[in-house]
Design a protein around this ligand. Structure first.
Ligand code: NOJ
Length: 543
């Protein structure tokens, strides 16, 4: 048995709202479309806030809604301090924020510090001449004489492409860790730091509760921009960039945010490959408050792999007194239900078995996500058990091939399920099974996965041990993950069967006289703790 407990002693931080909150990520283009143009908008989000309150989440993270040419669907920003007309306007944002706050929901927004759009006035100015006053706001280099780029860094999205593009007008290369339409800002330039801090101030003054900072670890670069070593050739540089100066910059960002009081949060997207590297961006409690834990997102659906991922996360973050986060899906990766289905197909699981197990696996994963020690992030639509929309290559829109997980949410039984239907349909096709899996249908069905998420969120909210208790990994039969959460004498045991076979429970995992408080597969499970855990079943037990 391994036991993990909160190590942080600072009373301000141990009480912080974001430690006990459940976040819900909204990808605005695909959440809800109020004006019927096929693209989701801020008014669509506002009109569904009550549904999110009913679901039981505490905080929203909104992916970018700023002015953008949409080369990376909003992560290429041309005006950080305005709303793109496709999503609404600043008044719509203010109305959304006020209504969310009125309903008790916190709102965290995306802040994209590493790059802008190539249509941002800063870049247009910088690219206009080598002598532009803003030339140094971006990273320009001469290449070697053979016409090759300045170094071997690879851009994200197209792994065959350099992270550099040559600007014919001024005959220099500019750096872009992502799409060529997303030139990297040069954070060595003090005016860039000030301008990007001003963006934070603009939204903090408007009342947002914090930021999810996009690829925050990339705002510092080695001054010599050295080649990546040959053994990591082909890995995008954004997943490798990890230099000490970034920590100073993150500390400055954190102190700006702290100057607005102690209840705003900085969530870092630290897109590095190890939990250890990610954990370093918590600093000494003076960098990010929270960082996404991507190695756990990529863990396959196996009790053993999750056990080691949890143990590693707890040990690594615990050593720093840092608070974990947990996420299974987001707008950059196939949804977890799709990933687990595809992995099962690769293992040779037949189609019928996969069809039978698919939702059951998603349900057990929900129980895990919402009973771990740390802050969970849900991605819109996972509460409906959505899978990715299949997008044929000729219809792909996203340069990074991520359209499938961004398919619009099906809301109701109308022909477009809440989106325009026919020739002017939504910007991406709806996900599979939208006609039976839409929210209204699930709302009417107490056995739906939507109701499972609601029950889970209600139970978590009413159970301090699940929100902030210690966590122990218990010895369990093969294929079963068993957690014990405890706080001030309140104890819960969580059992997760990741296999397709029933498993006899040892007495330590089925204490006599205890009750089933929640089952992944039954809204009204028998109260008595069973002797056997069903296939792909998860249970939460309490005395
Ligand atoms: C990470 C974001 O999550 C992703 O969607 C985006 O494409 C890149 N950063 C670049 O901003």
């Amino acid at each position: 048995m391994r036991r993990y407990a909160a190590a942080m002693t600072d009373p301000v931080l141990t009480d912080a709202w974001w430690r006990e909150a459940v976040f819900y990520q909204i990808y605005p283009r695909s959440f809800a479309d109020a004006n019927g143009d096929g693209v989701g908008d801020l008014e669509g989000i506002r009109s569904h806030l009550v549904d999110l309150v009913e679901l039981g989440v505490d905080a929203l993270w909104l992916s970018p809604f700023y002015r953008s040419p949409m080369a990376d669907f909003g992560y290429d920003i041309s005006d950080h301090c305005d709303v793109d007309p496709i999503f609404g306007d600043l008044a719509a944002f203010d109305a959304l924020l006020a209504e969310a706050h009125g309903l008790g929901l916190r709102v965290v927004i995306d802040w994209v510090p590493n790059h802008t759009s190539d249509q941002h006035p800063w870049f247009l100015d910088a690219a206009s001449s080598r002598h532009s006053a803003r030339r140094d706001w971006y990273v320009w280099r001469d290449g070697p004489t053979d016409g090759a780029p300045p170094n071997n860094w690879v851009a994200a999205f197209d792994l065959t492409a350099p992270a550099w593009s040559r600007d014919p007008r001024t005959e220099q290369w500019y750096l872009h860790l992502f799409d060529p339409a997303q030139p990297d800002l040069n954070w060595d330039e003090p005016a860039v730091v000030e301008a990007m801090h001003d963006v934070l101030r603009f939204w903090l003054d408007r009342g947002v509760d914090g930021f999810r900072a996009d690829v925050l670890h990339t705002i510092g670069k080695s001054p010599e921009l050295p080649d990546d070593p040959p053994e990591v050739a082909g890995i995008p540089h954004c997943a490798l960039n990890d230099v000490p100066v970034t920590h100073d910059r993150v500390r400055a960002i954190r102190s700006l945010i702290d100057s607005y009081g102690d209840d705003r949060v900085l969530v870092g997207e630290i897109y590095l490959t190890t939990t250890e590297a990610i954990a370093s961006y918590y600093g000494e409690g003076d960098e990010v408050h929270l960082a996404f834990n991507f190695p756990a997102l990529y863990a396959p659906w196996s009790a053993e792999r999750w056990r080691s991922s949890i143990a590693e996360t707890e040990a690594t973050l615990g050593a720093r007194g840092a608070w974990p986060t947990w996420v299974l899906s987001n707008h950059d990766n196939p949804r977890h239900r799709t990933r687990y289905d595809e992995a099962a197909a690769r293992r040779g699981e037949d189609t019928d078995t996969r069809a039978r197990r698919s939702e059951a696996r998603a349900r057990t994963a929900a129980v895990l996500l919402l009973t771990l020690r740390g802050t969970p992030f849900l991605y819109q639509g996972e509460e409906l058990g959505l899978t990715d929309a299949p997008i044929p290559p000729e219809s792909a829109l996203d340069p990074g091939g991520r359209d499938g997980c961004r398919a619009p949410l099906p809301w109701d039984a109308s022909p477009g399920h809440g989106w325009p239907s026919g020739a002017n349909g939504p910007w991406l096709p709806l996900p599979p099974d939208s006609e039976i899996r839409h929210r209204a249908a699930q709302q009417d069905d107490p056995g739906s996965i939507l109701h499972l998420y609601r029950r889970l969120l209600r139970l978590r909210r009413s159970t301090p041990a699940l929100r902030r208790g210690d966590l122990e990994l218990l010895d369990a039969p093969d294929g079963v993950l068993a957690l014990r959460r405890s706080l001030d004498g309140e104890i819960r045991i969580v059992l997760i069967n990741t296999t397709d076979l029933g498993v006899d429970l040892p007495s330590a995992l089925a204490p006599v006289g205890w009750q089933v408080l929640l089952a992944s597969d039954d809204p009204e499970p028998p109260a008595a703790v069973p002797l056997r855990l069903g296939p792909d079943q998860a249970l939460i037990l309490g005395p």
